[in-house]
Design a protein around this ligand. Structure first.
Ligand code: PEP
Ligand code: MG
Length: 754
């Protein structure tokens, strides 16, 4: 435990630091004493404090470096090792600092003689306000315990920055927010455009007192707050159970598990026993948690640690505000600004008032992004320095299409925003007007437009968009937001709810496509996979763990009693795999019959075609399947040997290339000849030009995200299909890299709305 790592005994050093800080006299004198005390305790030749002043790191005190450099030496955020620690808000420990590429010696400090360096950020209310540094002449290997001890000292130092020092040294601890317009570039996690008022998700609770006066009292306060937190989470869970809404319930179950986690509680109590106040203990464990998070590359585990972060924030609110959310009254058009957020936290808000969400962290596969997508809330993530740049109440323009954020937008950014928004609104109105119009091309060809879905929150889009049905229901999302494997009865309830909500519209359930980047915590993991997209995933995993697939099929059969059921298998690479999966399904059908249970009114079983090898086995496959759905996302990544998640390869290969178009045309032709319905459910179906090409090569049914239906229907209704087919005739043998430009030209020449 961190506090226990302090060399001279945690309580004693904490108390000593506190005494120095609380002592009278000028703050500068006290800081000078602090560095001396810390250097002695940490057995270091140098201890220095750099503090942020009007956006620049300034050397405020040092033991060991030239004192004449104090208040003279400054570093920008990101400059040198100290600047890098501030920028990343992360500790750094180097036994040979001078060989680090970011090392920048300041001659006036006399630091050339020192080889090893350890620095930790000084954080106040989650913001970096300075850096605390140790240096040694020898090549010292600082231990993790020593790094943690320094983080603890930095927390106590942060107290001082907020207090006496600010009066003595104006501008300390501030970024010098200039109120000027700023543009931050990030990553689009969900499309859309919005303007609104910044609401800081984190209340930025600043811990004012770190060292406990009475350990017993602090321990009691912590226990009480933990009890209240558990009651709150249990209450939220009860409410979620009472009110149907599958996802939030699953998510909250994960929270409950964390709230009762003994390891977490023990770490908090240890920190209190080490001499911290209850608030400081929560902050301390949170800092450790974040440090662990930064070392974890596994997306799923990182998300789980974010859930724990969310819970820590709640606990802090119980200690400081009696558990109240910081801002229960969201303004109309709120843009929620957060470092990161768990999905339950988003659902805590009155989501109707949220115009957009912006995150300093976040990834496209994070659960909060998945939930926001279902709620159609634009999200931009990975916005560097977001929290430093935005103040509560700021005017924000969120451009989810291009992954950028305008803070206090200038007149030109606002003008562009208004123009874009008007264009979008006009388009949305056009699409809405088309909702009940048939999806028929100018020459009278009917094109089925289906929806891709994966959450209950997607279901209302069926009626909202006028889609024909659900062409792809990704069942794995339901499994991913849970901490434990859902039982057959839980799955049954969930699938029946989907069928209830879909009503007359057909739904194609795809069986679990987990593995790769879609990790289930309760499933044995294979961390050593070098190439997870081509690894142990989807049907491969299901066939090796047949109980999982059989449970799912059992639940689907039960849920669909008396109504049609369509099931498809993902990642089938050869006929033998389809047959094996089908055999498992048949066993469940037999079981249902034997038990005398009622059955679905009809059952159709199909396959995704997303592994190229299957395309060469169609004569053997087609007599066995009721339908085929081309998964262009995976099909393209395997066809071109090009990782679909690698941004560097994003534009290298095109599904509108002759090879891809020929392959897909061939598949469609063979399916047509065998009278097997064929559809396409990858991202290609959702982009009007691409969808036009898919229809041109022969598809009559495509499935896409809800946001695309309107635009694609508009394209279909303006298309003269025979003309397009003739135009595309020469495409398949073309030597071109891509036929995208030619297709766009065709659309332009023939007034096809793309
Ligand atoms: C696909 O691969 O095209 C597909 C629809 O499946 P997913 O995107 O879920 O892998
Ligand atoms: Mg796929």
């Amino acid at each position: 435990m961190s506090a226990a790592a302090l060399p001279s005994g945690p309580r004693i050093l904490l108390r000593r630091l506190r005494e120095v800080m609380a002592g009278g006299g000028a703050a500068q004198d006290r800081m000078d004493q602090l560095v001396t005390t810390i250097a002695a305790n940490m057995v270091a030749e140098v201890c220095s404090i750099y503090l942020l002043r009007d956006g620049v790191l300034e050397l405020f005190a040092t033991e060991g470096l030239n004192r004449s450099a104090v208040h003279q030496t400054t570093l920008r955020i990101g400059e040198g090792l100290v600047g890098q620690i501030a920028q990343l808000a992360r500790p750094m420990a180097l036994s040979e600092a001078r060989s680090h590429p970011n090392f920048a010696a300041r001659p006036e400090t006399g630091e050339e003689d020192y080889h090893s360096l350890m620095g930790v950020p000084v954080l106040r209310g989650g913001r970096v306000v300075g850096v605390l540094v140790l240096q040694n002449r020898s090549n010292r290997d600082y231990s993790n315990d020593e790094v943690e001890a320094m983080q603890t000292i930095a927390m106590v130092l942060a107290e001082m920055v907020g207090g006496a020092l600010q009066e003595e040294a104006p501008g300390v601890g501030t970024f010098g927010t200039d109120g000027l317009p700023r543009r931050l570039a990030g990553l689009s996690l969900n499309e859309g455009l919005a303007r609104g008022t910044a609401v800081l998700h984190e209340p930025r609770i600043v811990v004012e007192r770190h060292v406990a006066d009475d350990i017993e009292l602090e321990s009691e306060r912590l226990t009480k707050a933990l009890d209240e937190l558990r009651v709150q989470v249990d209450g939220m869970l009860q409410a979620a159970i009472a009110e149907p809404g599958g996802e939030s319930r699953d998510i909250l179950e994960t929270y409950r598990m964390f709230a009762h986690d003994k390891g977490w509680m023990a770490r908090l109590q240890d920190a209190v026993q080490g001499g911290f106040t209850a608030e400081a203990a929560v902050e301390r464990v949170q800092v450790e948690n974040r440090a662990r998070m930064s070392e974890i590359s596994d997306a799923y585990l990182r998300e789980r640690l974010h859930d724990l972060e969310d819970l820590s924030n709640r606990l802090m609110r119980h200690l400081t505000h009696g558990g109240q959310m910081p801002d229960p009254d969201l303004p109309e058009h709120a843009v929620v600004v957060a470092w990161n957020m768990g999905p339950a936290e988003l659902l805590d808000y009155d989501v109707d008032r949220i115009a957009a969400l912006v995150l300093e962290e976040g990834s496209p596969t994070s659960h909060v992004a998945i939930v926001a997508r279902a709620l159609q809330i634009p999200v931009v993530g990975r916005l560097d320095q977001l929290l430093e740049s935005v103040e509560s109440g700021d005017d924000l323009v969120v451009d989810g299409d291009n992954g950028q954020l305008f803070v206090r937008p200038a007149a030109d950014a606002l003008k562009a925003f208004v123009a874009n928004l008007e264009m979008r609104q006009a388009k949305a109105a056009q699409y809405a007007a088309l909702r009940d119009q048939p999806s028929i091309s100018k020459d009278g060809t009917r094109i089925q437009l289906n929806l891709n879905a994966g959450l209950l929150a997607d279901l209302p889009h069926l009626a909202g968009t006028g889609a024909d049905g659900i062409g792809l229901y990704r069942t794995e999302l339901h499994f991913m937001v849970r901490a434990t494997l859902p039982t057959v009865s839980m799955q049954t309830e969930f699938y029946s709810r989907i069928l209830d909500q879909a009503g007359e519209r057909p739904v194609v359930f795809r069986t679990l496509d987990v593995g790769g980047d879609k990790i289930l915590p309760y499933l044995a993991r294979h961390d050593d996979e070098k190439n997870p997209a081509m690894g142990w995933r989807a049907i491969r995993l299901s066939l090796d763990r047949p109980v999982l697939l059989r449970m799912q099929i059992r639940a689907l059969l039960k849920a669909a009693v008396g109504r049609p059921l369509a099931v498809m298998f993902p990642m089938i690479a050869e006929v033998a795999e389809f047959k094996a999966a089908r055999a498992l399904l048949d066993r469940e059908v037999d079981r249902q019959n034997r038990m005398g249970e009622q059955a679905p009114s009809s059952l159709s079983v199909g396959t995704m075609l997303e592994v190229p090898s299957l395309a060469w086995q169609l004569p053997a496959l087609l007599p066995l399947v009721d339908f085929v759905s081309i998964g262009s996302n995976d099909l393209m990544q395997f066809l071109f040997a090009s990782d679909r998640g690698n941004p560097r390869l994003a534009n290298r290969y095109d599904e509108l290339s002759p090879s891809a178009l020929s392959l897909m045309r061939d598949i469609v032709r063979r399916c047509d000849e065998a009278n097997v319905p064929v559809s396409l459910c990858g991202e290609a179906a959702g982009r009007p030009v691409d969808a036009m090409a898919m229809i041109g090569l022969g598809l009559r049914s495509i499935s896409m995200g809800a946001a695309s239906i309107g635009a694609v229907k508009m394209m279909v209704r303006s298309l003269d299909l025979p003309l397009l087919q003739t135009f595309m005739e020469g495409f398949y043998d073309s030597p071109e890299h891509s036929l995208r430009k030619a297709l766009m030209k065709f659309a332009e020449d023939h007034n096809v709305a793309i």
